[in-house]
Design a binder for this molecule. Structure first.
Ligand SMILES: C[S@@+](CC[C@H](N)C(=O)[O-])C[C@H]1O[C@@H](n2cnc3c(N)ncnc32)[C@H](O)[C@@H]1O
Length: 272
């Protein structure tokens, strides 16, 4: 990795993190006053964010279920997995097949603590503390090697995480996607979405706000065309790249993104 962005090993309750802010938006309890205050400030400019977070999580759950039930995927590598909540990836996938293996990767030390507490009884899942740009570290990690057979198709998830890393020739989203894809067999999947806005003022405000709030542990709000570039060499599953609440909604009352200050935009691509 080219950045000097060190992996934090201690929890600092005074500096908001993306993981704990997201947890607050989802109604979780693994967050602090600083995280909740940052969410409150953000809501003044992008008030649809709680709905956006809930829709994002439901998208992730629908995708995992679809890949397990319709495409036979039994191995998931989840980058930027977030704090455990209801219906985590392994729970959704293991409902289809209890033998499914899942490796979670996150750079937030709180995710490690809570993730391990949830998973310590489960032989088929593991939580790795790593930066998602460290592809070599993640793929060669003993837990990844134990749980994932890279001669078989894998679903690699980058769900609502690419906005947490800045642009870079060697470590930006495009570079990370390329080096991950090189290590996967055809029939594997890449799931990717991130925060986008077509409004330059929203992009600038939120990028600056999150960068300052998290003390530089953030990337940027991008545009739909940026996300589309990551899928260029992949076969994109129907309905294509979309605002994620419209990706194969599973009930008629699934909440839609009603406002468009910013949206989670992305989809699912299959390796040829
Ligand atoms: C918005 S949450 C998304 C959680 C989950 N993927 C989902 O869609 O529900 C973003 C997560 O990415 C993690 N994250 C941010 N930057 C990261 C990085 N460079 N490496 C690994 N994880 C990162 C954060 O700690 C957080 O848990």
């Amino acid at each position: 990795m080219e950045t000097g962005n060190k992996l934090s090993t201690s929890i600092d309750a005074t500096v908001p993190t993306a993981a704990r802010m997201y947890d607050h938006y989802l109604g979780g309890k693994d967050n602090y006053a600083a995280d909740r205050a940052a969410c409150e400030e953000l809501d003044k400019v992008v008030p649809s964010t709680r709905r956006l977070a809930v829709n994002n999580r439901r998208f992730l759950q629908r995708v995992v279920k679809t890949l397990a039930a319709e495409h036979g995927i039994r191995q998931f590598l989840d980058h930027g997995s977030g704090l455990p909540t209801q219906d985590n990836v392994h729970q959704v996938a293991q409902r289809i097949d209890p033998e499914t293996h899942v490796v979670y990767v996150d750079n937030d030390p709180m995710v490690l603590v809570h993730g391990r507490a949830l998973l310590e009884q489960d032989e088929r899942t593991a939580v790795i503390h790593a930066d998602m740009r460290e592809t070599d570290v993640i793929f060669s990690h003993p837990e990844t090697q134990r749980l994932i057979d890279f001669d078989q198709p894998v679903a690699v998830l980058f769900n609502s995480v690419m906005h947490c890393i800045p642009d870079s020739e060697t470590d930006g989203p495009q570079a990370v996607v390329r080096r991950v894809a090189e290590r996967l067999v055809p029939g594997s999947f890449l799931v990717m979405c991130q925060l986008v806005s077509e409004d330059p003022e929203v992009r600038e405000f939120v990028t600056n706000f999150m960068d300052q709030a998290t003390q530089g542990h953030w990337g940027r709000v991008r545009q739909e065309k940026d996300v589309a570039e990551w899928f260029e060499d992949l076969d994109v599953l129907d309905p294509g790249l979309v605002e994620v609440s419209t990706w194969r909604p599973d009930t008629e009352v699934a909440p839609r993104q009603l406002t468009h200050e910013w949206i989670e935009f992305g989809g699912v691509g299959r390796l040829r």
